[in-house]
Design a protein around this ligand. Structure first.
Ligand code: NDP
Ligand code: X2W
Length: 344
């Protein structure tokens, strides 16, 4: 029987991306999609690309209505899902939060970075960090999944083979990352206006970005010791895409890096290790759930440089959330996700 799906925050960029992906899913029915500002409006009136695909109207969020679903996505700002998750789980509904409410296990650390008191601290330990390439078996069993952040997805997948095998100086990792403006969401903000972000390029949050503790938490768990990478995000004058350039010093000079990456990701449906010497482009993953990775060792010296690209709205958010949903509901992991990137 078709599974009933709810989306809270369906008018945002990740919400509409969930709608776009899920209309092609043979095992689910979109049954309840919310917006507070646009309640009462037809979905296809706001998003004409969905005409003929979605016959629904946005509703005001209601836990009572959401409790009728089999699974609910929260594509909402930080601090929203944590208020409803317990009620929904008690009603037997599975929950995937695209925001950060359940990503950081240390509650005090989360409260420091997110500037609010956690409303469901008891659920944080249960939540599974939804990076299938790391936690597939746990996601399959999960009631509550914390979908990873966009930058942490690109950075973690890029570093995973090196960190798992402790092949690099774990204290000297640098993650130099760039994102398109859709990473900031659809709400109006001066920093992402065309005239502010267009035809320009800048770093931001160098003193500290909330994805730093998330990346540090995952890498530390993978290595079994504390890791605190340098993480610097940049805003690129484009709409979709993240490009992470990752630098580290090799401890083990004789390792075949290309072979290491190819064998680690050989069975992964959404990680593509490109041929040696490649330079993956963000446009090769635009609209697609892939992470494309290339590993370099300039001059065959000690430094390794990994290039990792994703679409922030797909593998960095909605696509990864659907991948997690497929695992949680027992569908083939790639259902509705087998789209190539959109060129040019
Ligand atoms: N954009 C990206 O690339 C990525 C985003 N994320 C995370 O996913 C989440 C959604 O991001 P994004 O789609 O970009 O955000 P948007 O700002 O584009 O959309 C937010 C959505 O949430 C709804 N919303 C806002 N406040 C509330 C509330 N208090 N209760 C219920 N609904 C609310 C909004 O509709 P309305 O106000 O009408 O209810 C809107 O539909 C965020 O937490 C973001 O950090 C994660 C990875 C990547
Ligand atoms: C370009 C841009 O502004 N990007 C966002 C990415 C945030 C995001 O989507 O991540 P969370 O889910 O952790 O909020 C930022 O740096 O805040």
């Amino acid at each position: 029987m078709s599974k009933k799906i709810g989306i809270v925050g369906a008018t945002g960029y990740t919400g509409v991306e969930l709608l776009r992906l899920l209309v092609n899913h043979p095992g689910v029915t979109l049954s309840y999609v919310t917006s507070r500002e646009n309640a009462g409006m037809r979905v296809d009136a706001m998003f004409p690309n969905l005409r003929g695909y979605v016959d629904l109207t946005f509703s005001t969020p209601s836990d009572e209505q959401l409790a009728e679903c089999d699974l609910v996505f929260f594509a909402t700002p930080n601090g929203v899902a944590m208020k409803s998750a317990q009620v929904l789980l008690d009603a037997g509904v599975k929950v995937i939060d695209l925001a950060a409410d359940f990503r950081i296990k240390d509650i005090a650390l989360w409260e420091k970075w997110y500037g609010m008191t956690h409303a469901s601290p008891d659920l944080v330990a249960e939540a599974v960090y939804g990076l299938p390439e790391l936690n597939r078996a746990a996601v399959q069993q999960a009631r509550l999944v914390a979908n990873p952040g966009c930058y942490p997805t690109a950075v973690t997948l890029g570093l995973l083979p090196l960190v798992e095998n402790k092949l690099i100086d774990l204290q000297g990792i640098i993650a130099d990352t760039k994102s398109g403006a859709s990473g900031a969401g659809r709400k109006a903000e001066v920093a992402t206006l065309l005239c502010e972000a267009g035809d320009s390029f800048k770093a931001y949050a160098v003193a500290g970005h909330r994805h730093q503790p998330e990346i540090a938490q995952t890498l530390s768990l993978m290595a079994g010791c504390p890791i605190n990478p340098t993480f610097v995000p940049h805003l690129l004058p484009m709409i979709r895409g993240i490009h992470a350039t990752l630098y580290a010093m090799l401890q083990e000079g004789s390792v075949d890096l290309q072979q290491l990456y190819q064998s680690r990701y050989a069975a992964e449906p959404f990680v593509d290790v490109m041929p040696a010497g490649s330079h993956p482009e963000t446009r090769s993953v635009r609209g697609a759930n892939f992470c494309r990775i290339a590993v370099h060792r300039p001059g065959n010296a000690e430094r390794v440089v990994v290039l990792s690209v994703i679409d922030n709205l797909v593998k960095g958010a909605a696509g990864q959330a659907v991948q997690n949903m497929n695992l949680m509901l027992g569908f083939a992991e790639d259902t509705a996700l087998r789209h190539p990137g959109l060129l040019p």
